[in-house]
Design a protein. Structure first.
Length: 323
């Protein structure tokens, strides 16, 4: 806050306290010197017969307001509130938050350190660990990816088996730890304007079996090879090392409509996921990466298959025991 704003706040605070004190003192003195007669009114009438009587305010009520003013002065001496003075206690919201974070870290750090000793598979099988991961995800990831991890337009779905930067634990860990910068340049000028963009868009739609203009797609295939294949591959299957998405499946970060694909090709896309290394630390990031990995369809299917096998083995063993 600049000095000008601090002085402005200080003037408002002083004016508010003094004006309220003067008003209450005047009101109190008026009550002492003026003794209204029985049935005297102020002259205010509503709805023809509703009159305001001139009766003194209760003395305790006025004293209560005076006490609030005295309390406010004491508060401004102890705590910051006048814009300039920081208060005798030296309290600040940022300092209190930092102290609370430090206390929480001291309390929970051993728990996360113990989780860090486990493998990703052990973490995903640990209900307590996944519950903690769920809380981390809700606090730091759900704002973009949704509480269930299903994403939104421009924010990847984490529950399917389609990973722009790779879905292995180390790849997910790297994404959360260091963040990602997805940059696709605009190709309107190199493609020769709207016609070239439209042709490539139709070809891109053809790669995933979407409705398209065959003639335009054939014209766009050569341009795709010249400008797009370097990142997305000659067959359009993408490259996780570059963050280039697979264009042959049915997963679309920015929708699969012709207009949306044309906009992407013509203007490019710039996505940034922040890094959480400093915010969470290595132990929490490892747990969070395991939780995110557990959301994917392939992991859920593997867990389901393992559970089914275990159930079948148990049933067989029970049957043999009976026999």
């Amino acid at each position: 806050m600049s000095m000008g704003w601090q002085v402005y706040v200080l003037v408002l605070v002083i004016f508010g306290i003094l004006s309220n004190w003067v008003l209450l003192r005047w009101t109190t003195r008026y009550e002492i010197t003026h003794k209204p007669e029985q049935g005297e009114t102020t002259g205010h009438v509503w709805d023809e017969d509703l009159r305001e009587y001139n009766k003194p305010l209760p003395r305790w009520w006025l004293r209560l307001f005076q006490l609030t003013i005295i309390f406010s002065i004491g508060y401004l001496i102890l705590y910051p509130g006048s814009g300039v003075y920081e208060g005798v206690l030296g309290w600040s919201q940022a300092q209190q938050y930092a102290e609370q974070v430090e206390q929480a870290e001291q309390k929970y750090a051993p728990i996360f350190a113990a989780y860090a000793e486990q493998s990703p598979q052990q973490l995903m099988a640990n209900n307590d660990a996944m519950s903690a991961g769920f809380n981390l995800f809700g606090n730091h990831c759900a704002q973009c990816h949704g509480s269930g991890g299903r994403g939104a337009v421009g924010f990847p779905n984490l529950t399917d088996d389609d990973w722009q930067w790779g879905g292995e634990h180390e790849q997910i860990l790297n994404s959360i730890m260091n963040g990602r910068n997805g940059v696709m340049p605009g190709w309107a000028t190199p493609l020769g304007g709207d016609k070239g963009v439209t042709n490539v868009a139709h070809y891109v739609r053809s790669l995933s079996g979407l409705e398209h203009d065959a003639e335009a797609a054939a014209a766009g295939q050569q341009q795709f090879g010249m400008f797009c294949a370097a990142c997305h591959g000659a067959e359009g299957k993408g490259n996780p090392m570059l963050g280039a998405p697979n264009l042959t499946d049915d997963t679309w970060l920015y929708r699969a409509t012709l207009d949306s694909i044309k906009h992407t090709i013509a203007n490019g896309r710039n996505n940034q996921m922040p890094a959480f290394a400093d915010t969470l630390g290595a132990d929490k990031v490892k747990l969070l990466a395991a939780y995110v990995q557990s959301l994917s369809a392939s992991t859920a299917a593997a867990d389901s298959a393992a559970n089914s096998t275990a159930t079948a083995d148990a049933a067989s063993a029970a049957q043999l025991a009976v026999q």
